[in-house]
Design a protein around this ligand. Structure first.
Ligand code: ZN
Length: 323
């Protein structure tokens, strides 16, 4: 039975409490978070690395950086793969040194920048340097965001040896732990690779922060697509019934507004095959088994692009539980 428990790995840093549902019957969860991106090279490499492990994470780019470096298609790709995007201010200001009006302006500008790319306003906020200042009282009611802190900060900006980072994470280890990293360093890719390999082998799962799942994001993302755009969508999870497991989610191509969008997946260990088509309400589901995935039980999913040009966007990968 799932119970609400608060993380016991010392006091949460970054100004918020982390609460998640956990129970003996579920795998331990790590929330990887990546701040201050996107980087033109490291972020795309990181997204591929996360897919290798069926992992999903939370990203907190500064508004200034994501608007300068990414377009809507790139941002939708991150969301398609199941990751979340949150507000990290426009220019990475220390909010404790700003008036509350200036702090609100920094955050509102970043949300508007993200909305132009993602189609929706972010529902979570991470304070630069963990300094929320007087903005704390305005975040929830006025700005519609919850504070996303962390429970482990390996401080990879110091260039620590990777073994030191792994030892540190072991000392902070607890179900629902939130790890602060930055997708702007080569070292971070190596750290992420080791963490993903080590914790996956021990049965951990990697999920985005629940607070960053913005309500209505699906409808807003669909509404922001026009004919010719790449499809958008998301694998939402697996469901079990009748002794079989189903992977389900949604996908939408503005060139096929009535549904019927083909979904491709690697379910036969061979080439990706079309396994489903979306319904009128743009949902899909298809049966999977661990045996149909690759050696690690991984299944990857794509939405077929029916528009004039472009590739089939990835909807990310999932590792099917054993047994
Ligand atoms: Zn930052």
């Amino acid at each position: 039975m799932a119970v609400l428990s608060s993380v016991a790995a010392g006091e949460p840093a970054g100004g918020s409490e982390v609460v998640r549902a956990s129970g003996a019957d579920t795998a331990p969860v790590m929330h990887l978070s990546f701040d201050d991106g996107p980087h033109w090279l490291f972020t795309p490499m990181l997204l591929d690395l996360l897919d290798d492990y069926g992992a999903r994470a939370s990203f907190f780019p500064t508004g200034e950086t994501i608007v300068a470096r990414w377009d809507a298609a790139t941002t939708q790709d991150l969301l398609n793969r199941g990751h979340t995007v949150g507000n990290h201010t426009w220019g990475h200001s220390d909010l404790s040194k700003l008036s509350v009006d200036s702090a609100v302006a920094e955050v509102v500008r970043a949300s508007a920048g993200l909305e132009a790319l993602a189609g929706f306003r972010p529902s979570c906020f991470r304070a630069p340097y963990g300094e929320v200042g007087e903005l704390r009282s305005r975040l929830g009611a006025d700005l519609g965001m919850s504070l996303a802190g962390w429970t482990a900060d390996p401080q990879e900006w110091r260039d620590p040896p990777i073994e030191e980072v792994l030892t540190y994470l072991r000392s902070r280890e607890s179900d629902g732990m939130v790890v602060l990293l930055h997708d702007r360093k080569w070292l971070t890719l190596h750290i992420a690779q080791r963490v993903l390999a080590d914790y996956s082998a021990r049965g951990w799962e990697f999920e985005p922060l629940g607070a960053c799942d913005a309500a209505g994001a699906q409808g807003s993302r669909m509404a922001s697509r026009v004919s010719g755009d790449l499809p958008v969508g998301q694998v939402e999870g697996s469901a079990s019934g009748d002794g079989s497991t189903w992977l389900e989610g949604w996908a939408f191509d503005a060139d096929l507004p009535q549904g019927g969008l083909p979904i491709r997946a690697t379910v036969n260990r061979l080439e990706p095959a079309i396994v489903a088509r979306t319904t009128e309400d743009h949902r899909f589901s298809f049966p999977v088994s661990r045996a149909s995935g690759d050696r690690s039980g991984r299944i990857c999913v794509w939405a077929v692009n029916v528009g004039a040009q472009g590739h089939d966007p990835s909807l990310g990968c999932r590792i099917l539980p054993a047994g």
